[in-house]
Ligand binder design. Structure first.
Ligand code: GLU
Length: 405
């Protein structure tokens, strides 16, 4: 142990840095060196925040709304959040049982930090968003990873869930539409999982619904508290404005759950960041209460991009990609590239090798599937304009074609 690491909290020391941010940092470093990189790495919409929302932020500044809010958020925003859960998710939510946080990430982190004791288990279906296991780890818990491969549509099944639950299970984390696969749970699938959960009353459920509005082909969105009211007392339903309204940088997430949990999360936040940015809260209020056309418009654009991208990926030798039902990610299997050599003689042994070579030689940044708990795959975020996406697809295809056995 060195002088610099010996004082670190041991749970933090054992956690990995965010894989998505690592790739984003590498993109920034390459660009700073003057290299042209097409980034398919960041999970954020490429659109500007709609103008009426930006204006609400500007107005908040102009009107001097620049002081603290209550820790749990502006009452008007919490009421709008409760109304959103009622209107869109059929959840009868009291605004007092909502909490506004600095991004969806803080909702999740607050919930885990407020409830986990050392060794408590958290069931996480894989592929998972890179931060779930690391947040659990940082909070002293034990991630229990359940591999959900392509055969179950990258989704957790009731029998896999039943086998993963032990007396130490504290949480199950569900994410639909999923980052990184875009998989969407149907009402029936959620009911199947709910049936198992009803039989295990000690398990809390965290439903990460951040991609709720990015769902394609006319599919309907369901969240577990809505389909199984018997679970409501132990579900934390979380969401935010980042993906739905292209507001990633405003950092506003929110959640609703049982009063004891929301109170504990508020207590934690009160000793940490306090309320989220006041200006951002006013903008989020405008997002939730103003015109909603942007949601439909951006969804249509993402669906069109998805169709082009998946078709192009499936034409590239060695790649295979299922059609994702939601989010703005494609999760492509690169098994067919493993064991091949680049023209420079580099042997590709893992998906990480492949994304490194894609970045350095094809100028395209993606994130390796192994960071999401399932390899050999890579994740592509298709949140970028048509022309760049077209160039990226061309570069990926060329990279695959140039490999030899
Ligand atoms: N959730 C996004 C992603 O997966 C944003 C980056 C992050 O927080 O991981 O790319």
């Amino acid at each position: 142990m060195t002088a610099t690491t010996q004082g670190l909290n041991r749970f933090l020391a054992a956690a990995k840095p965010s894989a998505t941010y690592r790739v984003m940092d590498r993109v920034a470093a390459r660009r700073a060196e003057g290299k042209e990189i097409i980034s398919l790495s960041a999970g954020e919409p490429d659109f500007d925040t709609p103008s009426h929302i930006r204006e609400a932020g500007v107005t908040a500044i102009r009107c001097g709304q620049t002081r603290y809010t209550q820790v749990a958020g502006l009452r008007a925003l919490r009421e709008a959040v409760a109304d959103k859960f009622r209107r869109e998710n059929g959840l009868d939510v009291d605004w007092r049982h909502t909490l506004v946080c600095t991004g969806g990430k803080q909702v999740i982190f607050n919930a885990l930090a407020a409830t986990l004791n050392e060794g408590d288990e958290v069931v996480i279906p894989a592929p998972y968003w890179v931060s779930y296991p690391e947040m659990v780890q940082v909070c002293g818990g034990k991630p229990v990873i359940v591999e959900c491969g392509v055969r179950s549509g990258f989704k957790l099944t009731p029998s896999l869930l039943e086998n993963a639950i032990t007396p130490r299970t504290r949480w199950l984390i569900l994410n639909s539409p999923s980052n990184p696969t875009g998989a969407v749970y149907s009402r029936e699938e959620l009911l199947g999982l709910a049936e198992v959960l009803v039989a295990h009353p000690h398990v809390l459920v965290l439903s990460d619904d951040i991609y709720e509005h990015l769902i394609f082909d006319g599919l309907a969105f369901f969240t577990i508290a809505q389909v199984e009211p018997r679970l409501r007392k132990r579900v934390l339903t979380m969401n935010g404005v980042s993906k739905a309204y292209a507001m990633t940088g405003w950092r506003i997430g929110f959640g609703t759950g049982p009063a004891w949990l929301i109170d504990a999360m508020e207590k934690l936040q009160g000793q940490q960041t306090s309320g989220a940015s006041t200006i951002s809260q006013y903008a989020a209020l405008a997002a939730l209460t103003g015109p909603q056309d942007f949601i439909r418009e951006s969804r249509d654009i993402f669906q069109r991009r998805r169709d082009t991208l998946v078709e192009r990926l499936n034409r590239a030798p060695g790649l295979h990609c299922e059609v994702p039902a939601g989010a703005f990610y494609a999760f492509a299997s690169c098994e067919g590239l493993i064991g091949k050599k680049t023209p420079a003689g580099k042997l590709l042994l893992t998906d990480e090798d492949i994304v490194n070579e894609l970045l350095d030689n094809a100028g395209v940044a993606a994130v390796q599937g192994s960071a999401f708990g399932l390899g050999p795959y890579f994740r592509i975020a298709y949140a970028l304009d048509d022309a760049s996406l077209e160039r990226a697809c061309g570069a990926i295809a060329q990279f695959c074609e140039a490999l030899s056995n």
